[in-house]
Ligand binder design. Structure first.
Ligand code: UDP
Length: 237
């Protein structure tokens, strides 16, 4: 269930399939690692062999963003639905609430994960949130110890990319956690600190346009999309 773009694997699972896989992974005591893939990360991996290896080590590389969908179309692949990092996080919280699993929020500026916790509790009253730690805590041992003491099934890591992915891979073996997901700026959005694009933009896959207008410095990232698609097209030939 994977497709490859310029050497980087992307899974073609839908939310439905991922939902089932994750609960099975937890019940079978299997550690899984979810990473969101977008064109920017694929391009970065071209210049960084460690990053390429890291991305390909993940269990589920979710297709976050229209760029990956377009690349799959170019390659006549099967990825037809975006699976965004934040929607995956929300899906996992919903699943956790339904299946009596717990989650832990690690990352973002002090106070943000706490606010995200409150808003997740409001959305999913049955959700067990084992704990939160901000992303600027320096004491690695304290972080590991706190997470292990609270024994969450699912750990969301919001340190930005690729920092969070390196962190997950470096600490997976020390942590008594089943599912790891790198979630970037998701806590900022869930806490209400940063606004997500209105529904209409999301529905038409135009979230990038909204972000471009509200955070114009993102042009530096978005300008890379055409060159990414060209490289994918050339690579195929
Ligand atoms: N962050 C953090 N610790 C750090 C660096 C960043 O917790 O040492 C947090 C930051 O506060 C923000 C998130 O990581 O909440 C990065 O968000 P961004 O939208 O930049 O993520 P990306 O676009 O890389 O997925």
């Amino acid at each position: 269930m994977k497709e490859q773009f310029l050497g980087v694997d992307v899974s073609s699972y839908s939310y439905e399939q991922l939902k089932q896989n994750i609960i099975t992974d937890i019940d079978q005591n299997k550690q899984s690692f979810i990473v969101a893939i977008n064109p920017e990360k694929i391009l970065q991996a071209q210049k960084d062999a460690d990053l390429m290896r890291l991305l390909n080590k993940a269990t589920y590389q979710i297709p976050d963003g229209v760029g990956v969908l377009l690349a799959s179309k170019l390659n006549r692949g099967n990825i037809s639905q975006r699976v965004t990092g934040i929607d995956m996080l929300l899906t996992l919280c919903e699943q956790a609430a339904d299946h009596d699993k717990s989650v832990f929020l690690y990352g973002a500026k002090p106070g943000v994960a706490d606010k995200a916790k409150d808003s997740l509790k409001e959305k999913y009253p049955n959700l067990k949130i084992a704990g939160v730690i901000d992303g600027y805590e320096k004491d690695e041992n304290r972080i590991i110890q706190t997470i292990n003491e609270t024994q969450p099934d699912i750990l969301f890591v919001a340190l930005g990319s690729p920092k969070q992915e390196y962190w997950i891979l470096d600490h997976m073996k020390d942590l008594n956690v089943k599912i790891f997901q790198g979630v970037g700026g998701s806590f900022d959005v869930i806490s209400g600190r940063v606004k997500r694009a209105p529904d209409i933009f999301q529905r038409f896959g135009l979230e990038w346009l909204y972000r471009l207008v509200t955070e114009p410095w993102r042009i530096k990232r978005q300008i890379k999309l055409p060159s990414f698609l060209f490289k994918v097209w050339k690579d195929k030939r």
